[in-house]
Design a protein around this ligand. Sequence first.
Ligand code: SF4
Length: 448
Amino acid sequence: MVLLSFLNPFSEEAEQIVREKSSLEELFNKNKDLIDIIAHTNSQNISNDELIPHTLAELAVKRLEWFVRKKNDKKYDHNDYSFLMNPDMAIYDIISFYIAAQSIGIRFNPNSRESRVFIESQGQLVQERLEKLSTSLRKEVVAKLLNQLIPLDNISWTSLGELFGSRKINLTDLIIDQGEVILDKEDFIYRFSDKIIGRVPEKMYDILIGDQIKELIINRMIMQNTENYLLKVHEMASNIEAHPSLIVIADEISKMLKERTSIFSGSGDIQASKLVGEAFPPCIKNTIDGVSSGNRNDAIVLLLTSFISYARLYPSVFKNETNLKISDLDKGLKITNNEILPVIYEAAGRCTPPLFEDDPQEKLNITAKLGFGVHRVPDLNNEGESKWYTPMSCEKIKIHLPVLCKPDKDCKKISNPLSYYNRRKWIMNQSPDSKSPEEKDKSTKKED
Ligand code: SF4
């Protein structure tokens, strides 16, 4: 059933297809059969030649382009990418999955934007491809996929540990009984029917588990397997010389993401601008004033570093939901070095005892939280070794750093200090009298 491999590129059949039908020498050759399938895909837009991948290399890039455009482009038209949902494409789709995975794995870190977009795009493809199936076929396919991915009748919750660890799934998403994840309807009824009072057990199963939880597990396992595969390729790449075609494709993917995300990152209402201290929420002002040991390290490294960097470079991160790197917004790291790090380092110096005197290692952790790995200072060559952390939510701050959270009236309707900051800046811009002309100029000044 090639359809299963269209959904799960890690099936034995998919791996066999790649072994037998792919050749690194043909990645840039025009593929007539591929073009023919795409041109005959239902509802596919063929008005513009650029919409149609002519080679396997182009198809590998298109998979990611589809995802970033769908997520961010207001002009996105699903019919431009209908071919990605066409099971007749399965063989080429599987090959293009491995081309993209190997290119990205060889060239970029597992935490890089390229890796993250690829993993997320695979999850989204699986979900949308399942949604295209008829109800009965979808049920059959889900059962078979689950069997491929977890070939056991009784699923111990610990066997999904990797998914919990990477937060792809929460324990609260699942029904667990005596250490086993309950997915089967009969099993659910056998275990719980005498405990369910006033409700029909079958209906409770449909509400609590049904096919949605099975599909969630399938989706997240394929994403996790994709992540593991990228990591494996990345580790192997340090010992083996990469095929030049894969490097070219990796650069094409990176170029496309850079172009697409730079188009969309400026499309939100909230633009990057100079920091406006007056609009900082109480928790951030308290951190900048200096924190005493106990809360000090987390306040500077986890809370302040992510808040200041996003507030200065990418205040619309939660609105846009686009993965960006610092260098996408601050190419030469001038803003990072001259405006962001000084605020963080000065706040670290105001702590009691001063953070770096007491714990010099934390300077490396600050660099890591900005996405540049564990190094003394941010360097473009190290970008992607770690993740650029988004600001903590108010909920987490209240739990982990309660002494810093002293809510004021503007804290009422927000869930994150960055939302507070954007809202305060917006309010300040509405009432020009509330700040000085110098501040007005600061808050409206655009990116260099
Ligand atoms: S409610 Fe949120 S923004 Fe306000 S002080 Fe507390 S943590 Fe900060």
